[in-house]
Design a protein around this ligand. Structure first.
Ligand code: PLP
Length: 394
């Protein structure tokens, strides 16, 4: 049977990561994957997470099944974190998922079960897995633009594109720290997007993967909360991979907001049914860790301080790279970089130039030009700036 399988496509980001793994140059620099690294290049376990794990190990008594929605306390804690304590509580439901990707997939299944063949609009460029997840669930995908010529958010262009989305459509928006561009809408832009959603009737589907790593936790959740307060229905995919550093524990949550209690309960059951046929129930460990942190004032304060420190390091990396690119005479790219937020930035380099960066300078970003700003060890920023400047031509 397997002889019949044609060669399947491989994952472009992981292909580059494997290529990096076999690169023997001492100066090699991996800026491909979206993981936070500390100044020495490690991706540490956060202290609040470590403490929660110790407490859990000490009181662990049973690993019995948790139920179809996973860990109920986790779902409550994430609802309160994302929407604000008590906000929208009477018209929201949450189901624990296998990380942000699992939330995207379950919500895509929910859309398909509700209205097969629905069109979901995604940004161009988008997170590399948005289209594959939506299409695998049986949805149609259309795109709207995202950036202007200077690497910032293209307000007029996005509003014009999304004015073509209709009442039966869903629009996938990243709530903050847009991957791959780092270009985010302003609050005025978000307000205009919310008005457009209300006027045209499309359903916002917010993907939250980097909250806390842009302008701070509350500021990064502002857009999601603003949309939630304005629109009758909304879907939210939440990842705890980046802001709790729980990448391999696969921890996340799918949230639905509906106009009536009945529709929300139906949506919750449909999400449970979708999970049941994919993996039955999500793994407990990461959810138990997040719940332990968020239910304890001291651990929450520690986690928030660590998150702020991570954000501060990303900002410091971004400003140093901006200053060095400016000093190399590349004012345009420096200006774009300075306007962007969060873990990523898109370099104004062609795929050929990204290849040269990899071949000639051992610097690995994605072929499309994305680099992980959080992945640059403190002492390597000058060499990154020199590599980019060399490829850009000075
Ligand atoms: N959404 C966006 C925008 C992402 O960048 C990512 C991961 O990089 C995800 C969702 C999925 O994250 P995970 O499944 O690791 O939680």
């Amino acid at each position: 049977m397997l002889e019949l399988l044609p060669p399947p496509p491989t994952d472009p980001l992981w292909d580059l990561t494997y290529e990096f793994g076999s690169d023997e140059r001492a100066e090699r620099l991996n800026l491909v994957l979206g993981v936070y690294r500390d100044p020495s290049g490690r991706t540490p376990v956060m202290a609040a997470v470590r403490e929660a794990e110790i407490r859990l190990a000490e009181r662990s008594e049973s690993k019995e099944y948790r139920g179809l929605s996973g860990n109920a306390a986790f779902n409550r804690a994430l609802l309160a974190m994302v929407l604000g304590p008590g906000a929208e509580a009477d018209r929201a439901a949450a189901v624990q998922t296998v990380a942000g990707s699992g939330a995207l997939r379950l919500l895509a299944d929910l859309i398909c079960r509700t209205r097969p063949g629905t069109t979901v609009w995604i940004s161009d460029p988008a997170y590399v897995n948005h289209r594959p997840i939506l299409e695998a669930a049986g949805l149609r995908v259309r795109t709207y633009g995202w950036c202007d010529d200077e690497g910032g958010f293209d307000s007029a262009g996005v509003l014009a594109d999304l004015a073509r989305a209709g009442r039966d459509d869903v629009v996938l928006l990243q709530g903050c720290c847009h991957n791959p561009t780092g270009a985010d809408p302003s609050r005025e832009d978000w307000a205009a997007l919310a008005e457009l959603a209300v006027r045209h009737g499309w359903v916002p589907f917010v993907d939250l993967a980097y909250h806390g790593l842009g302008d701070g936790l509350e500021a990064d959740l502002w857009a999601t909360r603003h949309l939630a307060a304005r629109v009758p229905e909304m879907l939210i995919a939440v990842s705890c991979s980046k802001n709790f550093g729980l990448y391999s524990d696969r921890t996340g949550c799918a949230i639905v907001l509906g106009a009536s209690d009945r529709s929300v309960r139906h949506a919750e059951t449909a999400l449970q049914n979708a999970a049941r046929t994919l993996y039955s129930m999500p793994p407990e460990h990461g959810a138990a860790v997040v719940t332990t942190v968020l239910e304890d004032e001291g651990l929450t304060a520690l986690w928030r301080a660590e998150l702020d420190a991570m954000r501060g390091r990303i900002e410091a990396n971004r400003s140093e790279l901006t200053a060095l690119l400016g000093a190399h005479g590349h004012e345009g790219p420096a200006r774009s970089l300075a306007r962007q937020r969060g873990m990523f930035s898109m370099l104004p380099l062609t795929s050929q130039e990204m290849l040269r960066l990899r071949r000639e300078h051992a610097i690995y970003g994605t072929t499309a030009g994305r680099i992980n700003i959080a992945g640059i060890p403190a002492d390597r920023i000058p060499c990154l700036a020199r590599g980019i400047a060399a490829v850009l031509g000075t």
